[in-house]
Design a protein around this ligand. Structure first.
Ligand code: NDP
Length: 257
């Protein structure tokens, strides 16, 4: 499913969180191919280094910062690094996220709730605050947060994840409302089931679940990470210049049924 280079993000500097695997790693490749200088952010250094080597080998501008989105100082360091390294921050894809579950709400451990909310909500909160601060200084920018179909509809035995991804949409709309007049657009993508490490593990542990999800999806298949990354790249680009506060499902129609 390789797309042609169109220069969609030519001259932009973009920060991508959760870039060590899955959707974020795909976004690093798509954003770079579309002309952006990319800063990859996640906790696993080996994976980040390997993707950055690959991108540089292909002639792209790329660098990484190791850190945890839950830690405001780590996020601040990444944003500062992007500006120092590449001169600005025009775009950010706040994609780091985490979900475990398959446990009924009343039996779920409080620590699971805390960890999911910390990563998925506080993580996006931390990123928004740092990115907006810098974008205000540089005349604007475009931010995309990763929600989920679980941010639009509920799925059983995943209450903390569903709660966290609904909150990401709330944060997206709140920030869009607040900063639209200052040149900052904030949108969200809501992926359906997408091939990634997180999902591979889930499919392995639950035989038959992939087929069951396909039956509930008008386009009956699992998305490739690049398909989510393409939507994020467009939202980050100037071609989406009057789009803000939007939630774009990239779900093969899952949420229309
Ligand atoms: P992966 O597990 O492949 O990627 C998750 C990424 O987030 C990794 O790069 C991981 O890197 C990073 N991450 C997790 N926690 C932290 C943290 N505390 N600080 C920094 N980075 C962190 O899964 P996906 O690509 O599928 O997930 C990406 C996003 O898409 C998530 O927000 C997920 O909720 C969302 N999503 C995924 C769907 C799917 O079906 N795959 C469907 C809907 C939404 P590291 O471990 O190196 O820190």
């Amino acid at each position: 499913m390789t797309q042609q280079q169109t220069g969609l993000l030519s001259g932009k500097v973009a920060l991508i969180t959760g870039a060590s695997s899955g959707i974020g790693a795909a976004a690093a490749r798509v954003f770079a191919r579309e002309g952006a200088s990319v800063v990859l952010f996640a906790r696993r250094e080996k994976e980040l280094a390997s993707i950055v080597d690959e991108l540089k080998g292909d002639g792209h501008k790329a660098a990484y910062v190791v850190g945890d989105v839950v830690q405001p100082d780590d996020v601040a360091r990444a944003v500062r690094f992007a500006v120092e390294q590449f001169g600005a921050l025009h775009a950010a894809f706040n994609n780091a996220g985490y979900g475990v579950g398959r446990t009924p709400l009343h039996l779920m451990d409080d620590s699971v709730y805390d960890q999911i909310m910390d990563t998925n909500v506080r993580g996006v909160w931390n990123c928004l605050r740092q990115e907006i601060t810098v974008m205000l200084e540089h005349g604007g920018g475009s931010i995309v947060n990763t929600s989920s179909v679980g941010g639009l509809v509920a799925t059983p035995v995943a209450a903390p994840y569903v709660t966290s991804k609904h909150a990401v949409i709330g944060l997206t709309k709140a920030a869009a409302a607040e900063y639209g007049s200052q040149g900052i657009r904030v949108n969200a993508v809501a992926p359906g089931t997408t091939r990634s490490e997180m999902v591979a593990q889930w499919f392995d542990q639950n035989p038959g679940v992939e087929e069951m999800l396909h039956q509930l999806t008008p386009q009956p298949r699992t998305a490739e990470p690049e398909e989510i990354a393409e939507a994020a790249a467009w939202l980050c680009s100037d071609r989406a210049s009057f789009v803000t506060g939007a939630v774009l499902p990239v779900d093969g129609g899952f949420t229309i049924l």
